[in-house]
Design a protein around this ligand. Structure first.
Ligand code: URA
Length: 187
């Protein structure tokens, strides 16, 4: 499957009830040959309206986090675990997450990223390990399906609790070092 084919079928997806209430499918954004993939949880209101991940307040902070390590969204790829907004931002239910998972799997197969960064506890628990503890394990690399993977605090968590920011700065530096060590065209 090509990126275009994948995006076309994803945007027509009716595999779960979230298709009934969405405005847009939020497929993902960035370079389709990016070496670094960021994975968020799922679209909120702004993302649903615009069809792009991380465009609200948390997204603004994500852009600032990227800038701190000389990145921007055109040089990485940003996607979510779940592509459609759950009504009133409720947590996606297990069957909705299961129905959506193959889209992200296909995106990873096409992208073949060197590094994956989960944004927040929910994405890390879903993508890395169900018992992932973000307060203890943020910023630590682990190998997931052969790909170096880590989690950062979710930008929305950093907005709620600015005391988490110094740790995130260190984690971003850890990410920057890995990009220098393992990526060939991100720098
Ligand atoms: N939070 C997420 O996890 N993803 C988005 O796209 C926006 C906010």
């Amino acid at each position: 499957m090509t990126w275009e084919e994948l995006e076309r079928s994803c945007k027509q997806c009716e595999k779960c009830r979230l298709c009934e209430t969405r405005t847009n499918v939020v497929f993902g954004v960035g370079a389709r040959d990016a070496e670094v993939l960021f994975i968020g949880e799922g679209p909120g209101e702004q993302e649903d309206l615009r069809g792009e991940p991380f465009v609200g307040r948390a997204g603004q902070l994500l852009d600032e986090m990227l800038e701190l390590i000389d990145l921007d969204r055109s040089r990485v790829y940003i996607a979510n675990m779940v592509k459609c907004r759950p009504p009133k931002n409720r947590d996606p239910q297990n069957d909705e997450q299961d129905a959506c998972a193959p889209w992200l799997r296909e995106q990873i197969a096409l992208l073949r990223p060197r590094l994956i960064v989960c944004l927040g506890r929910i994405a890390a628990m879903r993508f890395i390990r169900p018992d992932f503890k973000i307060s203890r394990e943020h910023g630590q690399w682990t190998i997931k399906d052969g790909i170096m993977t880590m989690a950062l605090y979710h930008p929305a968590a950093l907005l709620r609790d600015p005391r988490l920011r110094p740790d995130t700065f260190v984690d971003l530096k850890t990410l920057q070092k890995a990009i220098r060590d393992y990526c060939t065209h991100t720098y």
